[in-house]
Design a protein around this ligand. Structure first.
Ligand SMILES: Cc1cc2nc3c(=O)[nH]c(=O)nc-3n(C[C@H](O)[C@H](O)[C@H](O)COP(=O)(O)OP(=O)(O)OC[C@H]3O[C@@H](n4cnc5c(N)ncnc54)[C@H](O)[C@@H]3O)c2cc1C
Length: 398
């Protein structure tokens, strides 16, 4: 039997999160520290302090590390409620890339690495980066990785150029993907390294101008030159970076879907309120079928997204890898929610493209969602490959 009941505790928690976001976080959406390069660290610190005071910090991390320890199903409700403002996940320390990085570190970091890097992240005291994408190398296809980590028997010298590195400016926990070339001293292959952000040899060249501004400190171009890391700064095993990236991505894709569903629901709420009061041709917009069909299409899309998210969350909670399911849900939800945001802009008319409402920011912020953690086409490619190979797009029985 399929049971869609949500536990009363979860419903109450989601309501508490939504109230917190409305009362305490939304007022900061007009704060000048929400810049074209995202919220500044100063704004983030203030928001995190508010969530901490409310007992709502880091809902996804294990209780043993200081988090709230929620499973993926509960996270679905909590993250959606947090996403009502794009600043909500920042406040609650469950925004990208930190949320995915915390998940990965929780799975593969050594105990000493957990204490140095992960525990302070769970406490909201430091941010992190995941540095993979390169101008001419790793992107949709991470196997094109160009950054090298040459091992001389004592340490690794890391050289390369990365871009689109979210939150690089000011982040203290760095996860860097680099290729260890064949060498006589040990194993080789794509490898993750874990180090402090102030390690000499990490050069932030510039923060890129982008159409979104929901990620703390924006997205940077980063050069690694003269960066020397010891063998103890390898994260996990040498040669396993691509496997770890996949391990990180299945849940990370899903949490993006959860947060953006909350943002889409906010846009819909604003569009609906506008359509009730704004009149055209003798009646409120909402009484024009062309408008209320758009609102209905939004409800239909968001309902499908919510169900798809919950299904994959349920799989993850049973320790299923859900790699293909998370591809399906990410491709579907990112495309559908962007259409929802677009219809909300349309219903608002001219003000939809202005800063009079937050819908304009949601629309722009959401655009990147169709690209990061796998562009839609790459997910479709993976889904089709799985389908052709096994006769089903699903890895697990549905
Ligand atoms: C807002 C934002 C934040 C990001 N943050 C980070 C970060 O913190 N760290 C990090 O390392 N990276 C980050 N990225 C980079 C992101 O992971 C890459 O943009 C993504 O992996 C795509 O790589 P690419 O940009 O190099 O595009 P490319 O690999 O050049 O692909 C371009 C386009 O080609 C098409 N394409 C590619 N492969 C296929 C295929 N198999 N079939 C059909 N079409 C295909 C797709 O349409 C794709 O959009 C971020 C990106 C954005 C937009």
């Amino acid at each position: 039997m399929t049971d869609f009941t949500m536990a009363p505790d979860t419903v109450a928690l989601a309501r508490r999160v939504r109230d917190f976001v409305i009362d305490k976080i939304i007022p900061f959406e007009k704060d000048p520290r929400l810049t074209q390069h995202g919220p500044t660290d100063g704004l983030r610190d203030e928001l995190v302090a508010l969530a901490r005071a409310e007992g709502l910090l880091t809902p996804q991390a294990p209780v043993a590390l200081g988090g709230m320890g929620f499973d993926h199903a509960t996270q679905a409700a909590v993250f959606e409620a947090a996403g009502w403002s794009t600043l909500g996940p920042v406040a609650m320390n469950c925004a990208a890339p930190d949320e995915g990085n915390m998940y990965l570190l929780g799975r593969i970091a050594r105990p000493d690495q957990v204490e140095q890097f992960l525990r302070p992240m769970v406490a909201g005291d430091r941010r992190s980066v995941f540095a993979m994408t390169e101008p001419g190398g790793a992107g949709s296809d991470p196997s094109q990785l160009q950054t090298t980590a040459v091992f001389n028997g004592n340490d690794y010298e890391i050289s390369g150029l990365k871009w689109l590195i979210t939150g690089a400016n000011g982040a203290r926990t760095w996860i860097i993907m680099a290729r260890v070339p064949e060498n006589p001293h040990g194993p080789s292959g794509p490898t993750l390294f874990l180090c402090e952000g102030d390690t000499p040899g990490i050069h932030i060249e510039r923060v890129m101008d982008s159409m979104d501004r929901n990620y703390v400190e924006g997205h940077a171009v980063v050069r690694f030159e003269g960066l020397r890391l010891g063998p103890t700064q390898v994260l996990g095993e040498v040669g396993s970076a691509l496997r770890y990236a996949q391990m990180r991505l299945a849940p990370a894709r899903l949490t993006h879907c959860m947060r953006w569903l909350g943002a889409a629901a906010r846009a819909q709420h604003i569009a609906l309120e506008h359509a009730r009061v704004r009149t055209a041709f003798g009646k409120p917009l909402v009484e024009h079928q062309g408008v209320n069909f758009m609102l209905a299409d939004n409800e239909i899309a968001m309902h499908q997204c919510r169900l798809a998210i919950r299904h994959t969350a349920w799989l993850l909670d049973q320790d299923v890898r859900a790699r293909h399911e998370s591809s399906i849900v990410k491709a579907f939800v990112s495309e559908e929610l962007f259409k929802v945001a677009d219809r909300c802009v349309q219903i608002l008319g001219g003000i939809g493209v202005t800063g009079e409402t937050v819908v304009e920011m949601i629309f722009r912020d959401m655009r990147g969602f169709r690209l990061y953690d796998g562009p839609t086409e790459v997910h479709k490619f993976a889904i089709a490959t799985q389908l052709l190979r096994t006769g089903t797009a699903f890895a697990e029985p549905t």
